[in-house]
Design a protein around this ligand. Sequence first.
Ligand code: ATP
Length: 453
Amino acid sequence: MEKVANLAKRRGFLFGGSDIYGGLQGTYDYGHYGALLKQRIKDAWLKANVQQMDNMVALDASILMHPKVWEASGHTANFSDALVDDRISKKRYRADHLIEEQLGMKVEGLSNEDLTKIFEENEIKTPEGKQADWTDVRSFNLMFKTHAGPIADDDAAIYLRPETAQGIFVDYKEVQATTRKKLPFGIAQIGKAFRNEITPGKFIFRLREFEQMEIEFFCKPDESKQWHEWWQKERMRWYVDVLGIDKKKLKLRPHTKDELSHYSAGTSDIDYEFPFGFSELEGIANRTDFDLKQHQEVSGKDLQYFDDASGKSFLPHVIEPSCGADRIVFAVLCDAYTEEPDEKGDVRTVLKLKPSIAPISAAILPLMKKPELTKLAGKVRDDLATDFMLDYDVTGSIGKRYRRQDEIGTPLCCTVDFDSLEDQAVTVRERDSQKQERVKIVELKDYLADKLS
Ligand code: ATP
């Protein structure tokens, strides 16, 4: 994990948030390459789930929502984690995580009293292995609270959304009516979510501000099981075929009965083998009609779907594939990170990203800082920039520049040398094989498009 985090920092993919002020825990900023990589992943998700699916549409709902939304969804009452304090160090921890890590026991579904008992009956230490004096376990609500308007009283209290899903439920009828969709259909949304996590960390795995990519797929109640299965297969396919993640590092893990949320008729997680073990990338839940029923009851609005064929109205059931863009960036970086010996016996670090998601598609490199070379290279760059995300680099030896691009994951480097002035061709070097090929400048656009597709 350290190697991946170091590379991400060194090459400007990710920086700790508010670093010059000592940092703000649970926040990260994406630099140039990180922002581009994350955008590629979001674009790939939107392409697969909206552009290529006839029965899916997009939405961009507000982060701030009416406080009743969170009452209806159950977040105000239940969106909490089990918190325990150590009176000695005055530090706070996730009680369930400490038990799971130290006793190897799954504790989902247990009450705070049960968790407190486990702490009393076992010698549980701090994550640093120190003796602790634990308080009782209690619930800690993860929603960030703020105030709308100039008066900061309880009536003005609102929350930053802890998930994007509720925006979809609240808007579903309008989206359905305006896009004239019939069941089954889905709404896909990408957006920021905020959770006041007790213990953010593991690089960008657990953040307080993060981005979710969520789908709510509405279907007839008796078809929900079949669609739940379908989405599990489809989402696994996306990670392997579209992002190019190693299949062996992915696992579909159905939740046990104890683990299931109160609204769920079945949930499976897609776990990725991070450096600290298999952990959740995405949850795919069969949420039944729980959310629509709740919103219908609390808002007093009819949220039923009218089925032309049967002449009946009913609440659709919902399948929710929900993933986090930041966790996927992390998984993609881990998966692509490769160290291999080079011809001099040194180590070559390469991000073997699938070309379609690499932040930079090609680098344009004049062999030397000579005006005739930089002029031609500048022209090559200008001609290609409409179609490709490029890096133009003149600093350092050509070998060093290749290494820099290897670490960013750039699939192709195009070098403009003195021969280029004569033959109007460049040398194209491929990242993984390091093979070089001479390509005519007039053919470069088609050549790159072909290699990158
Ligand atoms: P965890 O058990 O890891 O806290 P969760 O089960 O609470 O996650 P969900 O509510 O199912 O997560 O959220 C859906 C997805 O959003 C997760 O699979 C994950 O990819 C992402 N996600 C959730 N919380 C965070 C976070 N704090 N930081 C980054 N991504 C997150």
